[in-house]
Write a protein that binds this ligand. Sequence first.
Ligand SMILES: Cc1cc2nc3c(=O)[nH]c(=O)nc-3n(C[C@H](O)[C@H](O)[C@H](O)COP(=O)(O)OP(=O)(O)OC[C@H]3O[C@@H](n4cnc5c(N)ncnc54)[C@H](O)[C@@H]3O)c2cc1C
Ligand SMILES: C[S@@+](CC[C@H](N)C(=O)[O-])C[C@H]1O[C@@H](n2cnc3c(N)ncnc32)[C@H](O)[C@@H]1O
Length: 653
Amino acid sequence: MNPPSDKRLLEPARIDPTGQDEAYCNRFGDIYYSRAGGFEEKHHVFVAGNGLPDRFANGTVTRVLEFGFGTGLSFLVTAQALLQTTNPNHGGPELHFFSIEKHPLSREDMLRLVSPWPVLHALAEELADQWPDLVPGFHRRNLAGGRITLTLVFGDVAQVLPQITGPFDAFFLDGFSPGLNTDMWSDSVFRHLPRLSAPGARVATYSSARSVADGLAAVGFQISHLPGYGAKKTMLTGVLSPSSVPHPTPRPSWDQRSPVVVIGAGVAGLTTARALARRGIAVQVFDSAEDLGAGGSGNAAGIVCPLISMDWSELSQLTAFGLGYLRADLARLQGADVTPGGCFSGVIQLARDARHQARQSLIADTLRLDPEFARWLSADALSVMGGVPVTQPGWFFPRAGWLIPGDYLQALADHPLIELKLGIPIAQIIPQDASWQGLDTDGHHQFESGCVVLANADALGDFLPEIGEYITACRGQVSVSTRQNARTGLDISMPMMREGYGLDLPDGRRVFGASFKPGDQTLVIRMSEQLENGERLAAINPELCRSLEAVSHWQARVALRATTPDRLPFVGRVESKITETSTSPLLYVNAGHGSRGFTWCGLLAESLAAEILGEPSPLPTSLRVALEPTRFARREARRRASLSIKGRAPATD
Ligand SMILES: Cc1cc2nc3c(=O)[nH]c(=O)nc-3n(C[C@H](O)[C@H](O)[C@H](O)COP(=O)(O)OP(=O)(O)OC[C@H]3O[C@@H](n4cnc5c(N)ncnc54)[C@H](O)[C@@H]3O)c2cc1C
Ligand SMILES: C[S@@+](CC[C@H](N)C(=O)[O-])C[C@H]1O[C@@H](n2cnc3c(N)ncnc32)[C@H](O)[C@@H]1O
């Protein structure tokens, strides 16, 4: 086997805590913030330089893109300036702060480097509690009771900038000195700014370098020189001239006097409702069942963990970003009446066989992931971690975990702007002028809304057959039995996965499974699948199965997964045949979550809410495109078109 090439995913910052000047970065030979006073410097240059105090005082929603997150000081100073203002009308995020960082600091270094300013401590602690895993990509967090969203984008500016969508009102150029770090100040970086700008967008930087002023002027900023901070005589600010502001395609809008309607009260529907309600939008959620979680979202437990791939595929990105978002969001739902049960202190994924082991250990050697995110460990080490002797090496994901889906759904629904309409099957949605009319199976009118989200899993085809034909319902049976620990003393201390998984709940039940039967939509419990689940559990360690009740006493739940050909969900706007009129009401899809809905639905709901409301997206463009609901239908149409050009009939005709 060839030695692994060095594809290390991310190179974190190295701060020497014993160094004279901790805010000095050896890698670039420059400082993160001014020695004369970092707080005042960031406020003077970026907050005041971009005119943000006025925007905050007026309650204007502000979208910032920063180049170089570093210690997080600029972010914290900006957030503090916002939080000082009281905006009684606020019904959602007032500050969307995006920041690009190639070499992220650890949580501890961030806290230490901002510690000189007590006024920032509370927010810095809140950020530290939900500090992202050190893996590349987009990490979305909600702070300050929802007044602020932070999207940390870990990666090189040249690679990630094309993946960001605007619009932004202010740019913070804070990428070390242009002379020491040309990458952050190149013309190709500046060329993105107009594309990302809202009308009147402003830019500010501590630098007064001629090349920076010229570069910004060349892309359309009207530049001013202002007094700098500390030893800096001057700094630059700029306003994008109206002729350089791009003409965006008008954002679809709807009459917000009627609530958004979500069809389906599983995890996809309720995370969507919550993301909209968090933004001050009223939502009605319809479900044919009388209770929440009647479909795939009603199992006894859901495991939430990343999927690692050599090419850091879309599935890897979505599971990693989704896990981080969920973990942070769950903690923020704790104030709800139901505190979601679960635990995020690790998940073990064992190698299934020799081939799987060789491949996964090669990936581990090559990517050298942050050990707080994923470690490849020996069987002995995993046996100690998991509390169960195992014979295979595998992954240990220290910050992955599990949750109780029922609790999570209840907590999501517990919001004054969310109205649950349970026991009402929606049979038709009919466009009429700019609204959807929703009818139930008896033909009774149930709603009128200008914006509908279909979150009805494997039943999506009932409304959109052209997308639904790419969803396969896939039966899954999960087994549950009481542990008889007195006999063997084996407790699984964290979820363990191999072909299947085993998880011990605090109430004494062991949950294990699950069968995977594509195309099978039967919902009866089968003894054959109980036995299969027993085998999956025994493959982790045979004692785990022996220490259960007799198989005839095991319980089970069967549900359907809605799977897609590429295992990625369908999330986004649909302009389907039924909506192609000039005053079309809006239709969105959030379905096809397969086996990972709990892992990523929270983040995807943020993405959908951002799309509906025209906010900068919390997902990279490539990932959003990969989730487009009509991707297979469009591919098929292209295939057919190319065959007909070549004069051949498509094979299916
Ligand atoms: C056995 C099994 C184990 C799993 N384990 C995990 C796991 O460990 N981790 C993980 O992340 N994921 C797991 N999943 C996947 C996860 O459960 C799903 O991805 C997720 O539940 C999908 O959520 P959803 O909201 O899209 O669908 P659902 O939860 O199925 O919700 C769809 C809802 O739409 C309603 N509906 C449908 N049509 C209509 C209509 N016309 N009108 C009104 N209501 C309608 C249904 O009643 C249903 O409540 C598992 C799935 C299964 C089956
Ligand atoms: C001056 S510091 C930013 C200070 C920061 N705003 C703060 O408040 O601490 C510059 C940052 O840019 C990051 N950086 C340098 N080159 C980069 C690149 N090519 N892409 C993304 N980030 C980069 C550095 O790692 C560093 O954290």
